[in-house]
Design a protein around this ligand. Structure first.
Ligand SMILES: Cc1cc2nc3c(=O)[nH]c(=O)nc-3n(C[C@H](O)[C@H](O)[C@H](O)COP(=O)(O)O)c2cc1C
Length: 349
Protein backbone atom coordinates (compact mmCIF):
# COMPACT_ATOMS: atom_id res chain seq x y z
CA UNK A 1 0.00 0.00 0.00
CA UNK A 2 1.42 3.39 -0.91
CA UNK A 3 1.79 5.99 1.78
CA UNK A 4 -0.77 8.12 0.00
CA UNK A 5 -3.40 5.41 0.19
CA UNK A 6 -2.76 4.70 3.83
CA UNK A 7 -3.55 8.26 4.82
CA UNK A 8 -7.13 9.05 5.65
CA UNK A 9 -7.91 11.76 3.11
CA UNK A 10 -11.37 12.61 4.42
CA UNK A 11 -11.26 16.36 4.94
CA UNK A 12 -11.61 17.33 8.59
CA UNK A 13 -14.20 19.87 9.49
CA UNK A 14 -12.07 22.67 10.88
CA UNK A 15 -14.26 25.13 12.72
CA UNK A 16 -12.38 28.42 12.70
CA UNK A 17 -12.88 30.69 15.66
CA UNK A 18 -15.37 33.30 14.63
CA UNK A 19 -14.08 36.55 16.02
CA UNK A 20 -16.48 38.90 14.28
CA UNK A 21 -18.13 41.33 16.67
CA UNK A 22 -21.88 41.02 16.07
CA UNK A 23 -22.96 43.30 18.89
CA UNK A 24 -24.60 45.68 16.43
CA UNK A 25 -25.31 45.05 12.79
CA UNK A 26 -27.14 46.85 10.02
CA UNK A 27 -29.67 44.62 8.29
CA UNK A 28 -29.42 43.57 4.66
CA UNK A 29 -31.93 45.70 2.74
CA UNK A 30 -32.51 45.42 -0.99
CA UNK A 31 -31.97 48.69 -2.80
CA UNK A 32 -31.00 50.39 0.48
CA UNK A 33 -27.80 48.90 1.87
CA UNK A 34 -25.78 49.20 -1.31
CA UNK A 35 -22.11 50.10 -1.19
CA UNK A 36 -22.75 53.83 -1.04
CA UNK A 37 -25.01 53.50 1.99
CA UNK A 38 -22.51 51.20 3.64
CA UNK A 39 -19.69 53.70 3.14
CA UNK A 40 -21.88 56.43 4.66
CA UNK A 41 -22.83 54.19 7.60
CA UNK A 42 -19.22 53.26 8.24
CA UNK A 43 -18.31 56.91 8.78
CA UNK A 44 -20.62 56.93 11.78
CA UNK A 45 -19.71 53.59 13.32
CA UNK A 46 -16.44 51.71 13.05
CA UNK A 47 -17.92 48.67 14.80
CA UNK A 48 -21.30 48.01 13.18
CA UNK A 49 -21.27 44.87 11.08
CA UNK A 50 -22.62 45.85 7.67
CA UNK A 51 -24.65 43.52 5.49
CA UNK A 52 -24.98 43.84 1.74
CA UNK A 53 -28.36 43.71 0.09
CA UNK A 54 -29.36 40.15 -0.70
CA UNK A 55 -27.56 39.09 -3.85
CA UNK A 56 -28.75 35.97 -5.62
CA UNK A 57 -26.36 33.25 -6.67
CA UNK A 58 -27.72 33.64 -10.20
CA UNK A 59 -26.73 37.30 -10.32
CA UNK A 60 -23.22 36.56 -9.09
CA UNK A 61 -22.58 33.52 -11.25
CA UNK A 62 -24.38 34.53 -14.44
CA UNK A 63 -24.89 38.30 -14.15
CA UNK A 64 -22.95 40.84 -16.12
CA UNK A 65 -22.03 43.32 -13.38
CA UNK A 66 -19.59 42.91 -10.51
CA UNK A 67 -22.09 42.24 -7.77
CA UNK A 68 -19.39 41.69 -5.16
CA UNK A 69 -17.71 45.08 -5.46
CA UNK A 70 -17.30 47.01 -2.23
CA UNK A 71 -15.04 49.60 -0.70
CA UNK A 72 -12.23 48.50 1.62
CA UNK A 73 -13.48 50.95 4.24
CA UNK A 74 -16.66 48.95 4.66
CA UNK A 75 -15.05 46.21 6.76
CA UNK A 76 -16.40 44.39 8.65
CA UNK A 77 -18.83 43.58 5.86
CA UNK A 78 -20.97 40.49 5.30
CA UNK A 79 -22.35 39.31 1.99
CA UNK A 80 -25.95 38.14 2.10
CA UNK A 81 -26.75 35.46 -0.44
CA UNK A 82 -30.10 34.38 -1.81
CA UNK A 83 -30.22 30.86 -3.15
CA UNK A 84 -30.79 27.22 -2.30
CA UNK A 85 -28.51 25.33 -4.64
CA UNK A 86 -25.62 24.09 -2.52
CA UNK A 87 -23.14 24.00 -5.40
CA UNK A 88 -23.96 27.54 -6.49
CA UNK A 89 -23.92 28.85 -2.93
CA UNK A 90 -20.53 27.25 -2.35
CA UNK A 91 -19.17 28.84 -5.53
CA UNK A 92 -20.43 32.25 -4.39
CA UNK A 93 -19.13 31.83 -0.82
CA UNK A 94 -15.71 30.98 -2.22
CA UNK A 95 -15.74 34.10 -4.40
CA UNK A 96 -16.86 36.17 -1.43
CA UNK A 97 -14.00 34.90 0.72
CA UNK A 98 -11.52 35.56 -2.07
CA UNK A 99 -12.80 39.11 -2.35
CA UNK A 100 -12.28 39.61 1.37
CA UNK A 101 -15.81 39.55 2.77
CA UNK A 102 -15.83 38.90 6.50
CA UNK A 103 -18.92 36.67 6.54
CA UNK A 104 -21.45 35.06 4.24
CA UNK A 105 -25.06 35.07 5.36
CA UNK A 106 -27.85 33.00 3.86
CA UNK A 107 -31.27 34.63 3.51
CA UNK A 108 -33.96 32.44 5.07
CA UNK A 109 -36.30 35.30 5.86
CA UNK A 110 -37.48 37.03 2.70
CA UNK A 111 -41.10 36.16 1.83
CA UNK A 112 -41.45 37.79 -1.62
CA UNK A 113 -43.12 35.78 -4.40
CA UNK A 114 -40.11 36.17 -6.64
CA UNK A 115 -37.87 34.69 -3.99
CA UNK A 116 -40.31 31.85 -3.28
CA UNK A 117 -40.44 31.01 -6.97
CA UNK A 118 -36.69 30.60 -6.82
CA UNK A 119 -37.19 28.35 -3.74
CA UNK A 120 -35.19 30.49 -1.40
CA UNK A 121 -35.74 33.05 1.33
CA UNK A 122 -38.25 32.39 4.12
CA UNK A 123 -39.80 29.30 2.48
CA UNK A 124 -36.51 27.51 3.22
CA UNK A 125 -37.50 27.41 6.90
CA UNK A 126 -39.63 24.42 5.90
CA UNK A 127 -36.53 22.68 4.52
CA UNK A 128 -33.96 22.67 7.31
CA UNK A 129 -32.08 19.70 5.84
CA UNK A 130 -31.57 21.61 2.59
CA UNK A 131 -30.39 24.71 4.45
CA UNK A 132 -27.99 22.53 6.46
CA UNK A 133 -26.67 21.03 3.24
CA UNK A 134 -26.13 24.53 1.81
CA UNK A 135 -24.31 25.67 4.96
CA UNK A 136 -22.14 22.58 4.86
CA UNK A 137 -21.27 23.12 1.19
CA UNK A 138 -20.27 26.72 1.87
CA UNK A 139 -18.23 25.78 4.92
CA UNK A 140 -16.33 23.19 2.94
CA UNK A 141 -14.87 25.82 0.64
CA UNK A 142 -14.19 28.76 2.92
CA UNK A 143 -13.00 29.63 6.41
CA UNK A 144 -15.10 32.75 6.85
CA UNK A 145 -18.21 32.42 9.04
CA UNK A 146 -21.35 31.15 7.34
CA UNK A 147 -24.42 32.49 9.09
CA UNK A 148 -28.19 32.41 8.61
CA UNK A 149 -30.83 35.12 8.92
CA UNK A 150 -34.28 33.75 9.48
CA UNK A 151 -37.69 34.32 11.05
CA UNK A 152 -39.40 32.69 14.04
CA UNK A 153 -41.74 30.75 11.75
CA UNK A 154 -43.71 30.69 8.51
CA UNK A 155 -47.47 30.42 7.98
CA UNK A 156 -49.04 27.99 10.44
CA UNK A 157 -45.62 26.54 11.23
CA UNK A 158 -44.89 28.90 14.06
CA UNK A 159 -44.33 26.74 17.12
CA UNK A 160 -41.17 27.04 19.18
CA UNK A 161 -40.44 23.42 18.27
CA UNK A 162 -40.51 24.31 14.56
CA UNK A 163 -37.92 27.03 15.16
CA UNK A 164 -35.66 24.84 17.29
CA UNK A 165 -35.84 21.96 14.81
CA UNK A 166 -34.61 24.37 12.17
CA UNK A 167 -31.85 25.82 14.35
CA UNK A 168 -30.67 22.39 15.52
CA UNK A 169 -30.50 20.94 12.03
CA UNK A 170 -28.66 23.92 10.58
CA UNK A 171 -26.28 24.45 13.50
CA UNK A 172 -25.33 20.76 13.34
CA UNK A 173 -23.61 21.58 10.05
CA UNK A 174 -21.50 24.30 11.61
CA UNK A 175 -23.61 27.43 11.44
CA UNK A 176 -23.01 28.99 14.83
CA UNK A 177 -24.45 32.48 14.35
CA UNK A 178 -28.09 33.20 13.59
CA UNK A 179 -29.98 36.45 13.22
CA UNK A 180 -33.65 36.06 14.03
CA UNK A 181 -36.24 38.49 12.73
CA UNK A 182 -38.62 38.13 15.65
CA UNK A 183 -41.83 37.73 13.67
CA UNK A 184 -43.08 35.02 11.40
CA UNK A 185 -43.72 35.47 7.69
CA UNK A 186 -46.91 34.69 5.83
CA UNK A 187 -45.84 33.25 2.51
CA UNK A 188 -49.17 34.03 0.80
CA UNK A 189 -51.34 37.11 0.97
CA UNK A 190 -48.94 39.66 2.46
CA UNK A 191 -46.48 41.83 0.60
CA UNK A 192 -42.86 41.86 1.84
CA UNK A 193 -43.57 45.27 3.39
CA UNK A 194 -46.65 43.96 5.21
CA UNK A 195 -44.60 40.98 6.33
CA UNK A 196 -42.33 43.43 8.12
CA UNK A 197 -45.23 45.06 9.92
CA UNK A 198 -48.26 42.82 10.40
CA UNK A 199 -47.08 39.59 12.03
CA UNK A 200 -46.49 40.54 15.68
CA UNK A 201 -43.00 40.73 17.12
CA UNK A 202 -42.19 38.06 19.68
CA UNK A 203 -38.89 38.99 21.30
CA UNK A 204 -39.41 36.46 24.10
CA UNK A 205 -39.12 33.63 21.64
CA UNK A 206 -35.67 34.81 20.63
CA UNK A 207 -34.61 35.19 24.27
CA UNK A 208 -35.83 31.64 24.89
CA UNK A 209 -33.77 30.41 21.96
CA UNK A 210 -30.63 31.95 23.41
CA UNK A 211 -31.34 30.46 26.83
CA UNK A 212 -31.75 27.01 25.27
CA UNK A 213 -28.79 27.25 22.87
CA UNK A 214 -26.19 29.14 24.86
CA UNK A 215 -23.39 28.03 22.57
CA UNK A 216 -24.90 29.74 19.54
CA UNK A 217 -24.43 33.41 18.71
CA UNK A 218 -27.97 34.82 18.51
CA UNK A 219 -28.80 38.29 17.22
CA UNK A 220 -32.28 39.76 17.30
CA UNK A 221 -33.92 41.82 14.58
CA UNK A 222 -37.23 43.58 14.06
CA UNK A 223 -38.65 46.90 15.21
CA UNK A 224 -35.59 48.12 17.13
CA UNK A 225 -35.39 51.90 16.97
CA UNK A 226 -33.01 53.14 19.65
CA UNK A 227 -29.70 52.33 21.26
CA UNK A 228 -31.49 52.16 24.63
CA UNK A 229 -33.69 49.36 23.30
CA UNK A 230 -30.60 47.73 21.84
CA UNK A 231 -28.96 47.70 25.27
CA UNK A 232 -31.94 45.88 26.76
CA UNK A 233 -31.72 43.18 24.10
CA UNK A 234 -27.96 42.93 24.51
CA UNK A 235 -28.37 42.08 28.17
CA UNK A 236 -29.95 38.81 27.02
CA UNK A 237 -28.52 38.21 23.55
CA UNK A 238 -25.30 38.39 21.56
CA UNK A 239 -26.33 41.01 19.04
CA UNK A 240 -28.94 43.36 17.67
CA UNK A 241 -29.57 43.97 14.00
CA UNK A 242 -31.27 47.21 13.01
CA UNK A 243 -32.79 47.76 9.59
CA UNK A 244 -35.22 50.54 8.76
CA UNK A 245 -34.23 52.87 11.58
CA UNK A 246 -30.57 52.69 10.58
CA UNK A 247 -31.60 53.77 7.10
CA UNK A 248 -34.31 56.31 7.78
CA UNK A 249 -32.60 57.87 10.79
CA UNK A 250 -28.95 57.01 10.11
CA UNK A 251 -27.46 59.31 12.72
CA UNK A 252 -28.53 56.72 15.29
CA UNK A 253 -25.32 55.00 14.19
CA UNK A 254 -23.09 57.79 15.46
CA UNK A 255 -23.11 56.50 19.03
CA UNK A 256 -23.09 52.77 18.43
CA UNK A 257 -19.33 52.50 19.06
CA UNK A 258 -19.49 54.44 22.30
CA UNK A 259 -22.78 53.24 23.77
CA UNK A 260 -22.81 49.62 22.72
CA UNK A 261 -19.25 48.63 21.88
CA UNK A 262 -17.27 50.27 24.67
CA UNK A 263 -15.15 52.65 22.58
CA UNK A 264 -14.32 56.08 23.93
CA UNK A 265 -13.71 57.74 20.58
CA UNK A 266 -15.28 61.11 19.77
CA UNK A 267 -18.77 61.05 18.30
CA UNK A 268 -18.76 62.31 14.72
CA UNK A 269 -21.02 65.31 14.04
CA UNK A 270 -23.39 65.44 11.10
CA UNK A 271 -21.28 68.20 9.60
CA UNK A 272 -18.22 65.95 9.76
CA UNK A 273 -20.20 63.15 8.15
CA UNK A 274 -21.03 65.42 5.22
CA UNK A 275 -17.45 66.67 4.97
CA UNK A 276 -16.14 63.13 4.89
CA UNK A 277 -18.66 62.10 2.25
CA UNK A 278 -17.55 64.86 -0.14
CA UNK A 279 -14.31 63.24 -1.41
CA UNK A 280 -16.16 59.94 -1.81
CA UNK A 281 -18.89 61.67 -3.80
CA UNK A 282 -16.36 63.50 -5.95
CA UNK A 283 -14.55 60.26 -6.78
CA UNK A 284 -17.89 58.69 -7.72
CA UNK A 285 -18.79 61.64 -9.96
CA UNK A 286 -15.35 61.58 -11.56
CA UNK A 287 -16.05 58.01 -12.61
CA UNK A 288 -19.28 59.08 -14.28
CA UNK A 289 -21.58 58.20 -11.38
CA UNK A 290 -24.74 60.16 -10.53
CA UNK A 291 -24.96 62.30 -7.42
CA UNK A 292 -28.33 60.94 -6.31
CA UNK A 293 -27.03 57.37 -6.23
CA UNK A 294 -25.21 58.46 -3.09
CA UNK A 295 -27.30 61.31 -1.70
CA UNK A 296 -30.52 59.26 -1.69
CA UNK A 297 -29.02 57.40 1.27
CA UNK A 298 -28.21 60.64 3.11
CA UNK A 299 -31.75 62.06 3.05
CA UNK A 300 -32.48 61.02 6.66
CA UNK A 301 -29.31 62.43 8.21
CA UNK A 302 -31.16 65.27 9.95
CA UNK A 303 -34.30 63.29 10.75
CA UNK A 304 -36.46 65.16 13.25
CA UNK A 305 -34.25 68.26 13.38
CA UNK A 306 -34.86 71.88 12.38
CA UNK A 307 -34.16 72.28 8.69
CA UNK A 308 -34.33 68.59 7.87
CA UNK A 309 -37.17 69.21 5.44
CA UNK A 310 -35.13 71.76 3.47
CA UNK A 311 -32.17 69.40 3.35
CA UNK A 312 -34.36 66.54 2.13
CA UNK A 313 -36.23 68.62 -0.40
CA UNK A 314 -33.15 70.24 -1.90
CA UNK A 315 -31.46 66.87 -2.36
CA UNK A 316 -34.60 65.21 -3.75
CA UNK A 317 -35.26 67.99 -6.23
CA UNK A 318 -31.71 68.51 -7.46
CA UNK A 319 -29.43 65.54 -6.96
CA UNK A 320 -30.83 63.60 -9.92
CA UNK A 321 -30.20 66.40 -12.43
CA UNK A 322 -27.50 65.87 -15.03
CA UNK A 323 -24.21 67.40 -13.90
CA UNK A 324 -25.40 67.73 -10.29
CA UNK A 325 -22.29 67.94 -8.15
CA UNK A 326 -21.26 68.44 -4.51
CA UNK A 327 -22.56 72.00 -4.70
CA UNK A 328 -26.04 70.47 -4.33
CA UNK A 329 -25.02 68.83 -1.06
CA UNK A 330 -23.42 72.00 0.28
CA UNK A 331 -26.49 74.02 -0.66
CA UNK A 332 -28.81 71.47 0.98
CA UNK A 333 -26.77 71.72 4.18
CA UNK A 334 -27.43 75.47 4.27
CA UNK A 335 -31.08 74.71 5.04
CA UNK A 336 -30.07 73.01 8.23
CA UNK A 337 -29.87 74.75 11.55
CA UNK A 338 -26.20 75.46 12.36
CA UNK A 339 -26.60 73.97 15.81
CA UNK A 340 -27.93 70.74 14.36
CA UNK A 341 -25.05 70.54 11.91
CA UNK A 342 -22.39 70.83 14.58
CA UNK A 343 -24.10 68.80 17.30
CA UNK A 344 -23.34 65.21 18.12
CA UNK A 345 -26.65 64.71 19.92
CA UNK A 346 -28.88 62.17 18.24
CA UNK A 347 -31.97 64.34 18.77
CA UNK A 348 -32.11 68.05 19.38
CA UNK A 349 -35.49 69.10 20.59
C1 LIG B 1 -36.27 48.02 1.85
C2 LIG B 1 -35.99 46.73 2.58
C3 LIG B 1 -35.31 45.72 1.94
C4 LIG B 1 -35.01 44.53 2.61
N1 LIG B 1 -34.24 43.59 1.98
C5 LIG B 1 -33.82 42.50 2.67
C6 LIG B 1 -32.85 41.62 2.13
O1 LIG B 1 -32.31 41.81 1.03
N2 LIG B 1 -32.49 40.53 2.88
C7 LIG B 1 -33.03 40.29 4.11
O2 LIG B 1 -32.67 39.29 4.76
N3 LIG B 1 -33.93 41.13 4.66
C8 LIG B 1 -34.31 42.23 3.98
N4 LIG B 1 -35.14 43.14 4.57
C9 LIG B 1 -35.59 42.90 5.96
C10 LIG B 1 -34.62 43.54 6.95
O3 LIG B 1 -33.34 42.95 6.84
C11 LIG B 1 -35.13 43.37 8.39
O4 LIG B 1 -35.21 42.00 8.67
C12 LIG B 1 -36.50 43.99 8.59
O5 LIG B 1 -36.59 45.28 8.00
C13 LIG B 1 -36.85 44.09 10.09
O6 LIG B 1 -35.90 44.90 10.76
P1 LIG B 1 -36.22 46.44 11.14
O7 LIG B 1 -37.52 46.44 11.87
O8 LIG B 1 -35.06 46.86 12.01
O9 LIG B 1 -36.31 47.19 9.86
C14 LIG B 1 -35.45 44.33 3.93
C15 LIG B 1 -36.15 45.35 4.57
C16 LIG B 1 -36.41 46.55 3.92
C17 LIG B 1 -37.14 47.65 4.65
Amino acid sequence: MSIKNSVNTTPKLVIPTDTLDRTFSIAPMLDWTDRHYRYFARLMSSKALLYTEMITTGAILQGKGDYLAYNEQEHPVALQLGGSNAVDLAACAKLAAERGYDEVNLNVGCPSDRVQNGRFGACLMAEPALVAQCVDAMKQVTDIPITVKTRIGIDEQDSYQFLTDFIETVSAQGCSAFTIHARKAWLQGLSPKENREIPPLDYDRVYQLKRDYQHLNISINGGIKTLEESKLHLALLDGVMVGREAYQNPYILAQVDQQLCGLDTAVITRQQVIEQMLPYIEAHLAQGGRLNHITRHMIGLFQGLPGSRGWRRHLSENAHKPNADIGVVLKAAEFVDAEALASDESTLI
